[in-house]
Design a protein around this ligand. Structure first.
Ligand code: NAD
Length: 510
């Protein structure tokens, strides 16, 4: 008989640290008899007391009934030895992140548990396939990757190793649901789903800093205000700590055989080496006082009104967005296909830099400024001059775009501004995952929303912007930089050319 979700009653948790105790808590509240073991004497008992403290606060706040509390606590059994795992139908390992230690735990467990007991690892960065490789029955081993803090983070990744039997993953999906989680299914790959997708946000932002295009603070403001991310990439890295983010990036890059999309940033490497790690060291991309980031103010926009403003018709949607904005602010706009002699020329490129847009449209580069229009302009505007733009024209553009009092961020000339580049990179990584068949489009969209607080699923975000535009941004960056990190995924290319949603699966014989 094989164990399936319906026959799982007793769950073992090995390792009662931050993750193990969280997993034990959701297993117990999900109604499983939960046996908890830690190699360090007393830690399993401490974990039970910790869970009791958390749940009793939930009772005090009215979020949990006393009966549910009593039931959950009655389900948790701290154990003195690993032998206590013997009756388990499922054991989740959450010991330290070390391949040899994890393999040894699985080897010990295999000698104890029934043949049909499912074994799962909460590893965050090791290959599930490698952990299972030396086991007697690798087909019963899978990844079951929870996020920290477990009771608050609803996502759990169920990872199929090369030899994992299908029913094992299916059971873990069901067990995850019963534990109150939202499971996603993914084939074993570096970074699984969430840690792979999350690279796009941080690394592309760091590369923009490496190229001296914008400051970390400006990138944070842009990603929050234009795209709706709750935290900017640098705020996020400060919270996580560069000692965690940078090595994880290096590992994923290496494990993918140096795939350029995951190439780490020199700036991140240097700051890690310098020990400027983030909140935990008191200084990171922000300075911290009392564990709170010290506010960084923005310069006021100058009052330099342009003689006249002309908006390029080359990108119809972009032009419409700027016209709407300026009309609401009462700024007069020149008519005509070509600008007058003295006009400030605003272009709205998709994926192009301001210089290329000015030259392609035969505009005077000294009077040209590019405006980002692909994302919300409600809270902030982003503009970039060409290197030839005069300071007067740039000042006039700042005044014009901020005429209604909203802040204007000025960045140096680059293909795709900030938001276009970062979003396109995230979408492209997700398209490459979809192309590889490692996860379904629905799960690719769900995972970063739940684990990383993304404002939307990346494939949905790509659809919102337009697959064709995401493709143009990447193609332009690829042509401008000649760097394969920007090569568009074929998944993206086909859907962009066919006018299909990025969530459209491949057609296969039924
Ligand atoms: N902390 C996170 O944010 C996070 C998130 C997802 C996954 N993970 C993964 O979860 C696992 C545990 O991480 P953690 O943060 O809970 O670590 P932790 O250091 O807080 O806890 C690990 C526990 O395992 C115990 N242990 C070590 N060797 C053991 C053994 N052979 N048998 C039994 N117990 C043993 C330790 O005594 C310790 O209590 C790691 O694989 C980690 O990569 C961590």
């Amino acid at each position: 008989m094989t164990t399936d979700a319906t026959t799982i009653r007793t769950v073992g948790v090995v390792g009662a640290g931050s993750m193990g105790r969280g997993i034990a808590q959701v297993a117990a509240t999900g109604g499983y008899r939960t046996i908890l073991f830690d190699a360090k004497p007393g830690v399993a008992e401490q974990a039970r007391d910790f869970i009791s403290g958390l749940l009793s606060r939930s009772v005090e706040k009215g979020r949990m009934t006393q009966a549910a509390f009593d039931s959950a606590m009655a389900h948790i059994e701290p154990a003195q030895t690993l032998e206590a795992m013997q009756p388990c139908d499922l054991v989740v390992e959450a010991v330290i992140e070390n391949l040899d230690v994890k393999r040894a735990v699985f080897s010990d467990l295999e000698a104890l548990v029934r043949e049909d007991c499912i074994l799962a690892s909460n590893t965050s960065s090791l290959s599930v396939t490698a952990i299972a490789a030396q086991a007697c029955r690798p087909e019963r081993i899978a990844g079951f990757h929870f996020f920290n803090p477990v009771p608050l983070m609803r996502l759990v990744e169920v990872i199929d190793g090369i030899r994992t039997a299908a029913h094992v993953g299916e059971s873990l999906m069901e067990v995850g649901r019963r534990m109150g989680r939202e499971p996603v299914r993914v084939k074993d790959a570096p970074g699984f789903l969430v840690n792979q997708i999350g690279r796009g946000y941080t690394i592309e932002s760091a590369h923009i800093v490496d190229e001296n295009i914008a400051s970390t603070h400006d990138i944070d403001r842009v990603m929050r205000d234009l795209v709706g991310f709750r935290m900017g990439p640098f705020e996020l890295m400060d919270l996580t700590g560069l000692d965690v983010t940078h090595p994880a990036t290096e590992l994923i890059h290496q494990q993918f055989f140096f795939e350029p999309r995951f190439r780490p940033s020199l700036m991140m490497a240097q700051r890690t080496a310098a020990g400027v790690l983030g909140r935990k060291t008191g200084t990171g991309f922000y300075a911290y006082a009392d564990d709170k980031p010290v506010a960084v103010s923005e310069p006021d926009a100058p009052v330099v009104k342009p003689a006249s403003v002309w908006i390029s018709p080359a990108e119809a949607e972009g032009r419409r967005a700027v016209v709407r904005l300026l009309e609401q602010a009462g700024v007069e706009i020149e008519g005509g296909d070509r600008p007058s002699e003295r006009a400030l020329c605003l272009v709205t490129p998709v994926g192009e830099d301001a210089t290329s847009a000015a030259l392609a449209q035969q505009l005077d580069p000294s009077r040209t400024v590019a405006v980002e229009t692909l994302f919300s302009m409600e809270k902030r505007r982003v503009i970039m001059p060409t290197p030839a733009t005069t300071p007067e024209m740039l000042a006039a553009a700042r005044w014009t775009l901020g005429a209604d009092g909203q802040p204007v961020t000025v960045i140096r000339d680059c293909p795709g501004f900030i938001a276009q580049r970062v979003v396109a990179m995230i979408v492209n990584i997700c398209c490459a995952i979809a192309q590889s068949g490692a996860a379904s489009p629905a799960d690719i969209d769900k995972a970063p929303k739940l684990a990383l607080n993304y404002p939307a699923g990346p494939l949905s975000l790509g659809d919102e912007v337009g697959a064709d535009k995401i493709y143009r941004i990447l193609k332009n960056a690829y042509d401008a930089y000649g760097d394969p990190r920007y090569r568009p995924s074929l998944w993206l290319l086909r859907r962009a050319k066919l006018g299909l949603s990025l969530k459209t699966p491949e057609t296969m014989p039924s």
